[in-house]
Design a protein around this ligand. Sequence first.
Ligand code: MRU
Length: 384
Amino acid sequence: MRRTSQQICHLKLYLEGAVECNRLISIDTFFYTSTELVILRLKMIIMGLNPTDKRTIYWDDGIIMVDQTMLPARYENVKITTIEELCNAILKLKVRGAPALGAAGAFGVALAACKSDARDLDTLKSKVKDAAKSIISTRPTAINLFSGVDRILKAIEPCATIEEVKEVAVEEAKRTADEDIITNKALSAVGASILKDGDVVMTYCNAGRLATVGWGTALGVIRSATISGKRISVYVCETRPLNQGSRITAFELLEDEIPATLIADNMAAWMMKEDKVNCVIVGADRITKEAVYNKVGTYMLAICAKHHGIPFYVAAPLSTCDFQDREIEIEQRDPSELIYCGKKQLAPKSVKVENPAFDATPLELVTKIITENGIKNPIELMRR
Ligand code: MRU
């Protein structure tokens, strides 16, 4: 059967998500069997095309990560070889974004295991647990950091030798990272169906490939819709104080040649009022039974969207959902992030500052949550 180029795009999009699930998939009106997908994947490998070659974080005898503090001026990888370096990288936001933090946590436990000089199994496991505690103490809000660490701790529990602990930790961490890309591609392909040709999407912070191991969530949806042939353009909110929007989201969209317009955060309501926005799509750090925790300012956008009758979507893997009833800590960051922009002083040094990194948007303000299992009503998803 002949395929149109749009169909081939869809196939490529689904390669990693659907092949693993080994099932018949449907996208819009097109149907493909898993055998077709396997054949295409093999062809891509023969052609030297690796759809995951732009990873934000991966393992190579240590943790390699894109240093996001250098963006957009420089795109550089750094190698992390100690837990202290990793904790510092997380605190400084060299690696950031909930799913990327999940992978950082997983690789961090693997790093602790591999670099340990412990000579007996119990000492090794106890040192790895200590390292895990340091890793999760860095940033409290994104649930993925905790689940990434936990996953590797659980995987090494039954290991009976030092060698086995090291091997299992690295393999499980690599699997965690691989699964992130698979999940993001799946949710992005699902989410692409909500966008129409010509839509203008507003997004906040960075929920792109750099906030994940690869592909992205909110930007993943936009990327997938674009690849499927829809012309989508994006309003990028700069996202003060650390400018993940202007530094990272704008960088990613330009890299993918997706039309992007940068706005200051305080322009968002006006763009909506002027009828320039069809929908808002953001990511999430944690979704609870009450709210979506995401970069501070998300709540404000959700209220503006509601006021203007604009759909407000959250794109997030199900691993971001937290069904437990517990108090969520919102990270408070250093006042210097508001007083300075780089080396430039923007405010009196002695001014009182509040700098919460995240806010909580009530589920009632969220139109739908886009997950790898489908597009969900937020209240039905979280209060089931
Ligand atoms: O402080 P950051 O940059 O880690 O905050 C990131 C966000 O708020 C993202 O929107 C969220 O982690 C989702 S990333 C897919």
